[in-house]
Design a protein around this ligand. Structure first.
Ligand SMILES: Cc1cc2nc3c(=O)[nH]c(=O)nc-3n(C[C@H](O)[C@H](O)[C@H](O)COP(=O)(O)OP(=O)(O)OC[C@H]3O[C@@H](n4cnc5c(N)ncnc54)[C@H](O)[C@@H]3O)c2cc1C
Length: 320
């Protein structure tokens, strides 16, 4: 009876959010007095798979059927469900992502499991099996009592900071039976957003809004992002105006981010924007209007002109 963790790959490497999920799953396994097994789907070499051990998995099941090379919520749910049954897992953990969103409800159906999404803490076993999750785009918390025999926990990114050990996991090939129903929806091609650091995964984000006046001024945003090793993001009007690509738009109708640091330059802080960023650990706001609403949600605020402040910040970071 091990805790099973679905670990997602990105170009053959375990995603950072999946390393967090493995670490979280291993902690839950320790609480339950059992071990943690990761299920990995797609192409990856053995040393990468074994590296799941660094985050606490003792075993990795590797499903490498060529039909699974493109992420497919239906087929992946079948594979994870089969792995959970093989391992008699009562707890299945995965990191929230668009792929996980396509899988979790299907997985819950297949395993007749209780499901909690956006989980942000380890379960409280003194109260049965209670997990705290973030709801209403981070404005409130829900406490979920999972009473089903099998429980699925979709954890929010940046919920837990993994500690790494030198351990390696054993790797076993896993080849469950897949049938044509698993491929009713096929993914023909996946196009990845370009950029040095991918926004949904980023630890640091430099974001800018209409205060930048036009796309020709984005070099000062990119310079700071480059100096920090951060991803770039923007407000909705900026992408609507085609100043920046749509995949950079954060907020209620865009990407939800939860980085360790979110720098917002020339963004007013409308509620719809905050909905996508208010799980950030530290928010720094740069705005020339001291009454800009974003300051109310900021950990640090700089009242100033972005055209003055951003280059100075970049210089300061480069000088570190
Ligand atoms: C249904 C719905 C969904 C929406 N979804 C989203 C969403 O997902 N994401 C999102 O971002 N928005 C969303 N919006 C839009 C949102 O309401 C705001 O209109 C938008 O976030 C404002 O973008 P902004 O802050 O870049 O621009 P503005 O509101 O124009 O603010 C620009 C800011 O820059 C400051 N500024 C100007 N010049 C400078 C300077 N030189 N130096 C420093 N500061 C300067 C100004 O003081 C101002 O605060 C949505 C709206 C609706 C109705």
């Amino acid at each position: 009876m091990s805790v099973l963790i679905f670990a997602e790959l990105d170009e053959g490497k375990l995603k950072k959010s999946s390393q967090e999920a493995i670490f979280y799953g291993a902690k839950v396994a320790a609480m339950l007095g059992t071990s943690a097994t990761a299920i990995v789907i797609g192409q990856a070499d053995d040393s990468e798979l074994a590296s799941a051990g660094r985050f606490g998995a003792t075993k990795v099941l590797h499903a490498a059927d060529g039909k699974l090379n493109e992420p497919n919520g239906m087929a992946y749910a079948t594979v994870v469900s089969a792995a959970a049954q093989q391992e008699s897992s009562k707890v299945v953990v995965l990191a929230k992502s668009s792929l996980a969103d396509a899988m979790t409800a299907r997985l819950a159906g297949k395993l007749k499991a209780g499901l909690a999404a956006n989980v942000i803490e380890l379960p409280d076993l003194s109260a049965g099996f209670r997990v705290k999750s973030s709801i209403y785009t981070g404005k409130a918390f829900a406490y979920n009592d999972l009473k089903a025999d099998v429980k699925i926990l979709a954890i929010k990114k940046n919920t837990i900071t993994p500690e790494e050990s030198e351990a390696t996991a054993s790797v076993e090939t896993f080849s469950p039976t897949l049938n044509e129903n698993d491929f009713v929806i096929t993914v023909k091609k996946t196009e990845k957003a370009t950029g040095d650091v991918l926004l949904p995964e980023a630890d640091l984000v430099v974001s800018a809004g209409r205060g930048l006046k036009g796309p020709e001024n984005w070099a000062i945003v990119e310079d700071l992002a480059k100096a920090l090793g951060a991803a770039t993001a923007c407000s909705k009007p900026v992408s609507d105006l085609d100043w920046r690509p749509h995949h950079e738009h954060v907020g209620q109708t865009g990407i939800k981010v939860s980085p360790n640091l979110y720098i917002a330059a020339g963004i007013s802080g409308a509620i719809q924007h905050l909905a996508g960023v208010n799980s950030s650990k530290v928010i720094v706001v740069i705005n020339k209007d001291p009454e800009a609403p974003f300051f109310k949600s900021a950990d640090y605020g700089i009242v100033g002109d972005v055209f003055d402040v951003l280059p100075r910040l970049t210089k300061a970071v480069q000088g570190l």
